[in-house]
Write a protein that binds this ligand. Structure first.
Ligand code: C2G
Length: 132
């Protein structure tokens, strides 16, 4: 069984997230998502709209996702790859090169981001609609 691992916040879930998860799952048999906790997001200067628990419930409901684990720090990826016996690590290519250190432990693939959508743009657009 080929195990795939990816990480993210997955807030205000959109088709860019789904495209990533769909392609990641297609590269293996079992997809684990390391979901950023609210505390970890503070370190990314990100404030998710949905809480970790609610984002976890949503992400675990996606048919491409087999398991969600908490992402609490930048330093847990090697341990996660080993502990979960991961064969392939996947991220969107906005992270190109950032996780090449994992190549000692598993395959690393960066997939093209889906153009034209992002959680931050959704927030901006909604604010503009509200302001009229
Ligand atoms: N993504 C994408 N296309 C978009 C938006 C996002 O392919 N239009 C991908 C990102 O490249 C990432 C995943 O969807 O692989 C999740 O995106 P975010 O929730 O924004 O994750 P991020 O904040 O980049 O956190 O340790 C890694 C971090 O936790 C990644």
């Amino acid at each position: 069984m080929k195990k795939v691992l990816t990480y993210g916040t997955f807030d205000l879930l959109h088709f860019g997230h789904i495209n990533l998860l769909k392609r990641a799952k297609a590269l293996g048999d079992y997809l684990i998502v390391g979901l950023s906790t609210d505390e970890f997001n503070e370190g990314k200067n990100k404030k998710a709209y949905h809480s970790f628990e609610n984002r976890k419930m949503i992400v675990e409901s996606i048919r491409f996702v087999d398991e969600a684990i908490p992402e609490k720090s930048w330093d847990q990826k090697i341990e996660d790859v080993i502990k979960h016996e991961v064969d392939l690590f996947v991220m969107g290519d906005d992270w190109e090169g950032h996780f090449d250190f994992l190549k000692e432990y598993c395959e690393v693939v960066y997939l093209p981001r889906t153009i034209g959508v992002s959680t931050s743009q959704i927030k901006k657009d909604l604010k503009a609609i509200q302001n009229g």
